[in-house]
Write a protein that binds this ligand. Structure first.
Ligand SMILES: Cc1ncc(COP(=O)(O)O)c(C=O)c1O
Length: 421
């Protein structure tokens, strides 16, 4: 069922019109912020569904009325949410554990391995999200040797060059499925195959793909995958997920661990760890219960709509943006070929930072990244009219120079950074 239950007919039809688009726009009523802003920033923080505050209220009600007895249903919540994420990323039930952020999920993966032997190379690209590189660079003190594949065009990573870099000494390949700067989609299946051939392990970062680009972890033979709910899954911050290939999971004993990962947590045994057989094997301490509550309404909506429907509309809208940019002579830092383009189009305009600030001041929510430009990310709830509004506002600014009132403030990004990823 694609249409939301109880959606009213008060949604304005887009200029480009088809049945699926109509059904997608009916979901707009479920996202309050769409009534007050043009929300084009789902690559950073997906819009909050109306159900999220209700879910958080459910959590506080349980805390308030049940007290400690609430753990009877809270205990299983990470497992339930992991199993709700699994079908969205082509994973089997029981293969996804919940964590606080991608860094801690990647740290759990790294803690399964020993970097002191000959196979100690970590291969990723210059286009990775930096939080991942902080973690692996820090493993150099334990013997890891980080190799960074360069980008030659600032948009993509050459597949052959990446595959050639994965050699017999390579232990881990922590790379993004969709690159955060350019939305370039990497060929995860080819990378997984090369890893398998040489005995390395792929750790695929799905943060910029899960919820907007189809992912088939089991089918592609991916070893590990990480990601989170706050972007395209509309589940808010505080929830990252970790997938481990089921036949591999059982052989791994993470050193970043804790009592939740024990088969007998309530025996409170000191100094004798028997790892859980399922997803909890990769968890550690007390989970983020309010965050898990908040995530479920977004996951439910994305599941109900279906990734294929979201992807088809996203391809159509990013294509539209590429064409509108080309007709204005704007430079984009997104792949030309829609098959390799994720959900974001970045416009590398002169004074892009200032333009992004003026857009935000006009309630057109976007973000700015160095070497990328103004990043614009429509999602299933975005109308074509809103995309048109983005172009109209920028056209107006480029002629009035209104955005230049923000000139000289770029350095303040570091002090008052308000957006993410
Ligand atoms: C590709 C990618 N990986 C990871 C992150 C975030 O990592 P963490 O959860 O450690 O903050 C982001 C953005 O926030 C991202 O775009």
């Amino acid at each position: 069922m694609l249409r939301p239950k109880g959606a009213n007919g008060g949604v304005r039809p887009p200029p480009l019109y088809n049945g699926v688009m109509d059904d997608l726009l009916a979901w707009r009523t479920k996202f309050p912020i769409l009534g007050s802003s043009t929300y084009l920033i789902s690559n950073s923080l997906g819009a909050m569904p109306r159900g999220a505050p209700e879910a958080v209220q459910e959590y506080t009600d349980a805390w308030s009325t049940e007290g400690v007895r609430a753990w009877q249903h809270w205990w299983d919540l990470p497992r339930k949410v992991g199993d709700e994420i699994a079908p969205l990323i082509g994973a089997s039930p029981g293969s996804v554990s919940m964590h606080l952020n991608v860094t801690s999920a990647e740290a759990t993966v790294a803690s399964c391995f020993d970097f002191s032997g000959a196979r100690n190379r970590v291969v990723y690209s210059e286009m990775n999200f930096p939080s991942v590189s902080y973690l692996y660079k820090a493993q150099e003190s334990l013997g890891a040797r980080v190799y960074t594949v360069p980008t030659h065009d600032g948009i993509s990573v050459d597949l052959e060059e990446l595959l050639d870099s994965i050699d017999d000494d390579t232990l881990l390949v922590p790379v993004s499925h969709v690159l955060f700067r350019s939305a370039f989609i990497q060929d995860a299946q080819a990378i997984a195959e090369k890893c398998r051939k040489v005995g390395a392990f792929l750790v695929l970062d799905l943060y910029q793909s899960a919820g907007v680009v189809p992912v088939e972890l089991d089918k592609w033979g991916v070893d590990f995958a990480v990601g989170g709910t706050l972007k395209w899954l509309c589940g808010g911050p505080g929830n990252a997920f970790l997938y481990v290939r089921p036949d591999l999971a059982i052989k791994l004993d993470p050193r970043l661990t804790g009592w939740i990962a024990d088969q007998r947590p309530f025996d409170f045994i000191v100094n004798d760890h028997i790892y859980d057989d399922g997803a909890y094997r990769f968890m550690n301490g007390t989970p983020n219960i309010p965050g898990l509550y908040a995530a479920r309404p977004g996951l439910k909506i994305v599941t109900e709509i279906g990734i294929e429907n979201i992807r088809n509309n996203s391809r159509r809208q990013t294509f539209m943006m590429m064409q509108m940019a080309a007709s204005r002579g704007w430079h984009t830092t997104a792949p030309e070929d829609p098959s390799w383009r994720g959900g974001t189009v970045a416009f590398d305009l002169p004074d892009a930072y200032e333009i992004s600030q003026e857009l935000i001041a006009r309630a057109v929510l976007v973000d700015y990244r160095p070497k990328s430009g103004v990043r614009v990310s429509p999602h299933f709830y975005t109308s074509d009219d809103e995309i048109q509004r983005f172009f109209d506002e920028v056209d107006e600014m480029l002629s009035s120079r209104a955005h230049m009132r923000h000139a000289g403030k770029a350095h303040m990004r570091h002090a008052g950074k308000v957006d993410q990823g």
